[in-house]
Design a protein around this ligand. Structure first.
Ligand SMILES: NC(=O)C1=CN([C@@H]2O[C@H](COP(=O)(O)OP(=O)(O)OC[C@H]3O[C@@H](n4cnc5c(N)ncnc54)[C@H](OP(=O)(O)O)[C@@H]3O)[C@@H](O)[C@H]2O)C=CC1
Ligand SMILES: O=C(O)C1=N[C@H](C(=O)O)C[C@H](O)C1
Length: 259
């Protein structure tokens, strides 16, 4: 299979090159805004400055770049027959809506976290949201990442929050509490809270806490190596080949029922 890598010079992009090759697939090329940054990549990988040019060379694109690229990438990929495996986080509501619309015409696998562990944490978080009454159990999600991360809360934290909200039968937008600071007043009943910490080179840590007057239950996930995201994304690209148009997630790739 010919796989393209959008953001090939990035932290995940460089690992994707190794993981595509390890899976026995071909690195059909990559995008970068400045090809001189490609130092250290294996020689001979074609580099492009646009998604359209990359799409001509491959059957799937794995994209770990920046939310600002989502609209133009959707336009470039619709109608090409190329599957889009998108790991970029920090998407706005409007950008998420664009993805849903594009998925009417093409195959998209979108996950805020391609690790199997986080996929299972989301499922457990949904079960806890369903089983533990929101009036008694306060749900808080704490994440910590490296100092270069540009979006907060992390896409994973929000995806876990969405799972808790789903379990509680509410919309996350209606109950989300992020970035408390100052004279906030007491915690709102039923809120799902988020706290984002940044420092050093931490790959990705997520804790989901349900705290009542009498007990606390915590789900924790630690990514030790970001290769776990690259391996999962390559798995998703191989899975996406020949799939009908639609918006899929890592649950689909792992063969789990939808949340
Ligand atoms: N779903 C998942 O499992 C995971 C998701 N992520 C997400 O993936 C994304 C990338 O993460 P990471 O690899 O650490 O980031 P990096 O900044 O290391 O890499 C991103 C690459 O994308 C390119 N890029 C950045 N901004 C733009 C832009 N505005 N337009 C076009 N290209 C751009 C840059 O390449 P150049 O300068 O060469 O153009 C850059 O090297 C983030 O959103 C992150 O949160 C990260 C890990 C796991
Ligand atoms: O930017 C990162 O590094 C990561 N981003 C993803 C997110 O926002 O959840 C996934 C992972 O936690 C690493």
């Amino acid at each position: 299979m010919r796989i393209g890598i959008a953001g090939i010079t990035g932290r995940v992009g460089r690992l994707l090159v190794e993981e595509v090759l390890a899976a026995g697939a071909t690195v059909a090329g990559g995008t970068t805004r400045s090809p001189e940054q490609a130092a250290g990549l294996p020689v001979g990988i074609p580099l492009f400055t646009t998604m359209s040019a990359l799409a001509e060379e491959c059957e799937a694109v794995i994209d770990f770049t920046h939310a600002d690229t989502v609209a133009s990438s959707a336009k470039s990929l619709v109608g090409t027959g190329v599957a889009w495996v998108l790991g970029t986080t920090g998407l706005s509501a409007q950008q998420n809506q664009m993805l849903r619309e594009a998925a009417g015409y093409m195959t998209i696998v979108h996950a805020a976290n391609f690790s199997p562990g986080v996929t299972l944490v989301r499922r457990l978080a949904q079960m806890m949201g369903q089983a533990l009454p929101a009036e008694s159990y306060d749900a808080e999600i704490v994440e910590m990442h490296h100092r270069q991360k540009v979006d907060a809360p992390s896409g994973t934290a929000l995806a876990i929050g969405q799972a808790v909200a789903l379990g509680r039968g509410v919309a996350l937008e209606d109950v989300r509490e992020s970035g408390r600071d100052g004279l906030t007043g007491p915690r709102k009943p039923g809120a799902i809270g988020f706290a984002a910490l940044r420092g050093g080179q931490i790959v990705g840590e997520h804790d989901v806490l349900f705290t009542s007057a009498d007990e606390q239950i915590t789900l924790s996930h630690r990514a030790f190596d970001r290769r776990i995201f690259a391996t999962g994304a390559v798995r998703a690209a191989l899975w996406a080949k020949g799939r009908e148009a639609g918006l899929y997630g890592m649950e689909d790739v792992l063969g789990l029922p939808p949340l």
